[in-house]
Structures are given as structure tokens and as C-alpha cells.
Design a protein around this ligand. Structure first.
Ligand SMILES: NC(=O)c1ccc[n+]([C@@H]2O[C@H](COP(=O)([O-])OP(=O)(O)OC[C@H]3O[C@@H](n4cnc5c(N)ncnc54)[C@H](OP(=O)(O)O)[C@@H]3O)[C@@H](O)[C@H]2O)c1
Length: 357
């Protein structure tokens, strides 16, 4: 195995500096090295595709979080799907396709003792494509599922509002809410995304938070206007992916006993100096006996297999659609591609593909 592996070059992206604001090209370092021999019981995975996530921005920061920061000089953390190209472990055969914490690199060499830490598990491509395993059946889909089902406690007939509605978590959470009998109202940037959310995904409505002011309306707030129209009877569940002003607008329209799922706050991730704008309208929680709860998807890891089977069934009977935005390239394309998330340039789950399945 060693001679063949040593002939392969592993292109990698490492974190070179901790960014302030949006990551810059100089915050990254592109390196190449031979593929390491994993030793007895180990495996080597060729990365087929990686998931590009808003959370990556947080992982670049120093400080306490739900997961350790990526160390300076380390290969950037990323979840991915890969194919086993070498194995001396009876649980994995050459050719098996696995999900793993591949990092932003073309090959991952995992010694036997590291298999659990690297989160390697076989995936079944009959349940969904490689891209869907990074989306509905992967981390974003699990976030949507457990955020809605465990924290949201949905009841048929209720109204769910979700921001980032055309994105990875948003598209799945909104469709799942529809499957469970709720009204789903999305918020997304631009008419194309809003049309997709309603016409393709079957949401009841979508608010374009970037909509320009109609003629003659001086103090225009498209979110407040949209909520007045589409959540006239209030919001029972708000699934928050963006934070900031949109969170405040949603808080102002909560119903009694509403649940607010704090999934993410992408509008705040690139603030210079790291300051996060807090909600001004939080007393709405008091008035409405409502609650707001944070979500970390990894807490639900033991229940992923059960949720994957439910979501795969929805994909199969076409009740659940998935849209991935697949960029084909190499690790060198990672720094620029990641920025699409923060500019709203991704349309669906953002995936960087290194090799076809
Ligand atoms: N808590 C957890 O365990 C967990 C797990 C996964 C993801 N998340 C969070 O879930 C959220 C969505 O993640 P995702 O992977 O599904 O990403 P995504 O929605 O596929 O992509 C990010 C989208 O965010 C929107 N956006 C960017 N900047 C914005 C801004 N300033 N204001 C409002 N919207 C903005 C853009 O959509 P528009 O074009 O519509 O603006 C962009 O396409 C993120 O906050 C992420 O951190 C949390």
C-alpha cells in the first residue's frame, strides 16, 4: 500500500491566519504533501466532495465555542464524502463510499485509532446521491430535522417562519414543516430564490428581504411588510438562520407559547471585531410566554440514522426536494467558493466537488 500512496499528491487548504471580517486570501495557505500511510487497521479516503458551511467562519475564530477552533497551520475542517482507496480494516473495503470529517483536502489518511474521531461511516447511495448526503441526509438536513422536531415541537395547523429559506437548512426545515401539516413561510434574498421556495418547494409564501421599496413608500421594511401580510395571525415557530434585524422583526410577531429556534446568525458572522448584535425585541418572549432555544446539531448524532431513514423516504416519494449548488474544482477553489455563502450567491446547499462519485 505504502508505495502507491506515496505516489499521490494531497492538495490541502490550511488556516494561515484568524480573519477579521470576511476571510481574505491571505488567511489561507495551499499546501501539498504525499498521502500518509495509515498503519494497521487504517484507511485512506479520496475526497469526492466537501460541504461548505457558514459555521466554518466561526471555526476560524479563537475562543470558546461548541467545538474547538481550527488551529493555525492545520488543514481546514470540513465534512465530506469520499471513496476508500486503501484499507487494512475489515469494516471498510476499497470502493466503499463514506461520510467523514475529510477536511479541505483531496485525501484523508486515518489510522485505526482515529476512525471514530474522524467520524467515518459508510453511506448508502441508494438512499441519496453524494450531494444529497451532504444536504438533506447530511448535517444540514439533520439540523433542520432536530431543530424543527425537537426544539420546534411542531403541531399541524401552526405557522412556521424560516429565514435562509432557499439554503441548505432552510429548504429542508420548511418542507418538513409542510409534511407535518404546518404553514411554512420563508424569508430569502431575491425574487428567484423566493419563487423557488414557493413554486418548487411548496412553501405557502416567501418574503424577499431584499425587495426594493415600492414607489412612494419612504420608510420601507420588506420583512415587516411581508410578515404583516403572510403571518397575519402571528408566528408559532421561528427557525432563525440569520439573526440581526430579521430576528427582531420575527420576535415582534410571535404568538403565545411560540418557539424560536436559534440555529444560526449568518448576518453577524463577519462583523469586524466579532461583536454580535443582540435582539432588541426579546421582551416579546415574556409577553407571549414564548421561548428561544439554541441548537447544536452534533448533540443529536446518535439519532441521525433514524432521521436519515425518514428523510430518505420523503426524498424517494418526492415529498422532499433538494437543491445543491455544486462547484467543481480543487481545494485551491475553497477560499473563493466559501465566500458565496456570505454574499447569498449560493442557491441551495453549497458543495465543492473534487471528483465525481
Ligand atoms: N446550529 C447548528 O447546529 C447549525 C448547523 C448547520 C447550520 N447552521 C446555521 O444555519 C444557517 C444556514 O446554514 P446553511 O448551511 O443552510 O447555509 P445556506 O442557507 O445554504 O447559505 C447561507 C445563506 O445565508 C443567507 N445570508 C447570507 N448573508 C446574509 C445576511 N447578511 N442576512 C441574511 N441572510 C444572509 C444567504 O441567503 P439569501 O440569498 O437568502 O440571503 C445565503 O445563501 C447558518 O446560520 C448556519 O450557521 C447551524
Amino acid at each position: 500500500m505504502a508505495a502507491t500512496l506515496a505516489a499521490l499528491t494531497n492538495q490541502q487548504v490550511r488556516l494561515a491566519a484568524r480573519p477579521s471580517g470576511l476571510p481574505k486570501p491571505g488567511d489561507w495557505q495551499l499546501t501539498e504533501e504525499p498521502v500518509a500511510e495509515p498503519g494497521p487497521g487504517g484507511i485512506v479516503v479520496q475526497t469526492l466532495a466537501i460541504s461548505l458551511d457558514p459555521a466554518m467562519r466561526g471555526w476560524m475564530n479563537e475562543g470558546k465555542s461548541y467545538i474547538k477552533p481550527v488551529e493555525l497551520g492545520a488543514v481546514m475542517r470540513a465534512g465530506g464524502i469520499g471513496r476508500i482507496i486503501a484499507s487494512s480494516n475489515p469494516a471498510f473495503a476499497v470502493g466503499d463510499v463514506v461520510s467523514a470529517g475529510t477536511g479541505v483536502q483531496q485525501y484523508l489518511s486515518v489510522p485505526a485509532a482515529e476512525l471514530k474521531r474522524a467520524g467515518v461511516f459508510k453511506i448508502d447511495l441508494r438512499l441519496g446521491s453524494v450531494h444529497q448526503w451532504l444536504n438533506v441526509l447530511g448535517m444540514p438536513g439533520m439540523t433542520a430535522y432536530f431543530g424543527l422536531m425537537d426544539i420546534g415541537q411542531p403541531k399541524a395547523g401552526e405557522t412556521l417562519l424560516i429565514s435562509g429559506a432557499a439554503g441548505a437548512v432552510g429548504q429542508t426545515a420548511g418542507q418538513l414543516a409542510r409534511i407535518k401539516g404546518l404553514r411554512a413561510v420563508g424569508i430569502a434574498g431575491g425574487p428567484a430564490k423566493c419563487e423557488f421556495v414557493v413554486k418548487e418547494l411548496g412553501f405557502d409564501a416567501c418574503i424577499d428581504y431584499k425587495a426594493p421599496a415600492p414607489a412612494g413608500v419612504p420608510r420601507w421594511d420588506p420583512v415587516r411588510a411581508g410578515l404583516k401580510e403572510h403571518c397575519a395571525n402571528g408566528i408559532d415557530i421561528y427557525f432563525d438562520n440569520v439573526g440581526g434585524d430579521i430576528l427582531d422583526a420575527a420576535l415582534a410577531r410571535l404568538n403565545r407559547k411560540a418557539r424560536v429556534i436559534i440555529c444560526g446568525a449568518i448576518s453577524q458572522y463577519n462583523n469586524e471585531g466579532g461583536a454580535v448584535a443582540g435582539p432588541k425585541n426579546y421582551l416579546s418572549l415574556l409577553m407571549n410566554r414564548a421561548r428561544m432555544e439554541g441548537l447544536v446539531v452534533f448533540d443529536y448524532a446518535e439519532r441521525f440514522p433514524q432521521a436519515v431513514m425518514e428523510m430518505a423516504a420523503y426524498l424517494k416519494d418526492a415529498r422532499m426536494k433538494s437543491r445543491e449548488d455544486v462547484v467543481r474544482g480543487t481545494p485551491a477553489d475553497f477560499p473563493a467558493t466559501l465566500l458565496k455563502l456570505f454574499r447569498g450567491e449560493n442557491f441551495g446547499k453549497l458543495v465543492l466537488e473534487f471528483a465525481p462519485a
